[in-house]
Each structure stands twice: as structure tokens, then as C-alpha cells.
Design a protein around this ligand. Structure first.
Ligand code: SF4
Length: 322
């Protein structure tokens, strides 16, 4: 019997809603708090871009109030134009030399225990931008040594091995690379990317350093089928991905891909249960889940889960040796 056999079909059904009208469970509060304003001011002062703003993230009010922001290095213009993403496409600009230092200053000023750093895609750079990730990690380790570091990278097409090697050597705590959707939808949703190339990147991280936690996510509501999502989970586990995130796709502007369906919170819970049964150390599955949503709290849970798993294996080994 497989791990899906006991999942009630009703828990996996999704509610159809009129296109682009958001259901009640998607509503979020407007970003008006003092904490939000302070985070915004700091990002402006340090000339830092954030994916929170560029991707029009619905959680910005909550996250920025708590001083959680995901810094986006390598500019605010992306070489790609994915159908789901709100980041400006076009000719990328020169890399800001102060980006790494300013990211570390932001982490110190916000007192971050955990920081998430991502980037636009920079196919135009000889190393794909990997060197800037390395500089950011080094600046953070130097200035805020207690801050744990999570990076969310592009796929470094054509330069992946060297990029992953350099970044793993710098030693982030979490390496995230999102698969974004099921392979069938890549030609329309993520046309510049290759599903299996992204999976290989995640495998490569573990091959370089099994102690770095790996993380990957997909958006739901783009027209994927339930069994396709299960297959993505299996593919991630085959690549030894530790943490899966699943959230509702929201159409940023009418020019972007339409929402095919709003997946219910109950269905997200069911997907989460299946993911846990498949062996992920940590699972985040809800309509408002994003790669970096609650990333610090989730990192703590994931680290504790690994320690508990290792302790259990040690006890088992000890018993065998007695
Ligand atoms: S979920 Fe991530 S991208 Fe969205 S506001 Fe929070 S930190 Fe920023």
C-alpha cells in the first residue's frame, strides 16, 4: 500500500473560483505598520532591492512588520521573462559593488537571526552571478556571524557546476532553488528553464556538501494535476531535497499567466501531509506560503528535525553494536 491510499479524496479536491477573483482565504492586510515603514526606509537607505516588493508578494505587510525581508542582489532587472514572475524583464544593469556589504548592514540593523538572499537571473555574467552570492555570504559571516543564511538562486544555466561549487564552498546554511511548477507546464510558465536541469542543481548541492539543507518550492493553481504534484515531490526526494514549499500562484498583472484555480486550504493541508509522508524534513504548504515566508522559524524546525533523526540513527547503531 502506498502512502496515498488513506488520503480521503475529498481532502484533495480543489474549489473552482471565478478567474482572478481571490477567495476569502487569500485576503491579506494592507502594509501600513510602523515596522513595515522602517523596513522600507532601511532598504531604500541601503539601496537594496527586495523580492518582496519586486514580486508584489502578498505577505509583505506581515513580513516587513516583523523585519523579515528577502534581499534581491544583482539588480532589479531579470534576463528572463517567466509567465508567473513580476520582476522586470530586460537588459540587466551593472552589478552594485556595495550590495554584499549593504546586505550585511541590513541584517545587522534588523537583528536578523536568519536571512534569505535571492537574485534575478544573470545569464549575461560569466559566472551567472555566483560570485556575488559568495561575497554576500562572506560579508554576512564577517559582520553577523550568528545569522543563518539561506540563498535562493537561479539555475545558472550552462555554468551550474562551477556556480554551485563556489557557493557551496562559501557555506550557506540553506540552498534553495525552486522548481516552480510541474514539468508539463514549463514550456508556458517557465519557458527559459529546464525541469531536470533544476533538479540536477539540487542534487549537485548535496553532492558538494550534504550538510547544507536543500529547499525547493512549487506554485499551485497553474493547471497542474494532483498526481503531477506528487511526482514533483518524489523527484525532489530523489534529489534529497530537505524542505518543500507549496503556495498558491497569484497573477501579478493581467499580462501574466492566469490563475487556473484557487486551491483550498484543505487541499494544501492534504498535499502537506503527503509531502511529510514522503520524508521531507520540513514542509510548508498553504495558500500564502512563499519560499521565504516564515523562513527563519522553518529553518529552526528543520534543523531540529535533522538532529532528532541523526540521534535516532545513532541510538539504533549503538544497539546493533552492543
Ligand atoms: S514571504 Fe518572502 S518575499 Fe514575501 S514578503 Fe515575506 S520575506 Fe518577502
Amino acid at each position: 500500500m502506498n502512502d496515498l491510499a488513506n488520503t480521503p479524496a475529498s481532502a484533495l479536491e480543489t474549489d473552482r473560483a471565478p478567474r482572478q477573483r481571490k477567495p476569502d482565504w487569500i485576503r491579506v492586510r494592507a502594509p501600513v505598520s510602523k515596522g513595515y515603514q522602517e523596513t522600507r526606509k532601511l532598504m531604500r537607505e541601503l539601496n537594496l532591492n527586495t523580492v518582496c516588493e519586486e514580486a508584489a508578494c502578498p505577505n509583505i505587510g506581515e513580513c516587513w512588520t516583523k523585519k523579515h525581508a528577502t534581499v534581491m542582489i544583482l539588480g532589479d532587472v531579470c534576463a528572463w521573462a517567466c509567465a508567473f514572475c513580476n520582476v522586470k524583464p530586460g537588459m540587466p544593469r551593472a552589478v552594485a559593488p556595495m550590495g554584499p556589504e549593504n546586505t550585511a548592514v541590513a541584517a545587522a540593523k534588523m537583528g536578523l537571526e536568519h536571512i534569505v538572499v535571492t537574485s534575478v537571473d544573470r545569464d549575461d555574467l560569466p559566472d551567472g552571478g555566483a560570485g556575488q552570492f559568495v561575497k554576500v555570504i562572506e560579508a554576512l559571516r564577517h559582520n553577523t556571524p550568528d545569522t543563518t543564511i539561506e540563498i535562493l538562486t537561479p539555475d545558472f544555466r550552462g555554468k551550474m557546476r562551477a556556480a554551485v561549487e563556489a557557493i557551496c564552498a562559501a557555506g550557506p546554511d540553506v540552498y534553495n532553488h525552486n522548481l516552480e511548477t510541474v514539468p508539463r507546464l514549463y514550456p508556458t510558465i517557465r519557458p527559459g528553464a529546464r525541469y531536470y536541469a533544476s533538479l540536477r542543481l539540487l542534487e549537485e548541492v548535496k553532492a558538494h556538501n550534504p550538510l547544507i539543507f536543500t529547499k525547493s518550492g512549487i506554485m499551485l493553481g497553474l493547471g497542474e494535476e494532483r498526481l503531477e504534484v506528487h511526482q514533483v515531490m518524489d523527484d525532489m526526494r530523489s534529489a534529497e531535497v530537505d524542505f518543500i514549499t507549496m503556495g498558491q500562484y497569484l497573477q501579478p498583472t493581467p499580462k501574466h499567466a492566469k490563475v487556473d484555480e484557487f486551491v483550498t486550504p484543505k487541499a494544501f493541508d492534504a498535499y502537506g501531509s503527503i509531502a511529510r509522508a514522503k520524508g521531507f524534513l520540513q514542509v510548508a504548504s498553504s495558500p500564502l506560503t512563499r519560499s521565504s515566508y516564515h523562513a527563519g522559524d522553518d529553518f529552526a524546525v528543520m534543523r531540529a528535525a535533522r538532529e532528532a533523526k541523526l540521534a535516532k540513527e545513532r541510538r539504533k547503531q549503538d544497539r546493533l553494536e552492543v
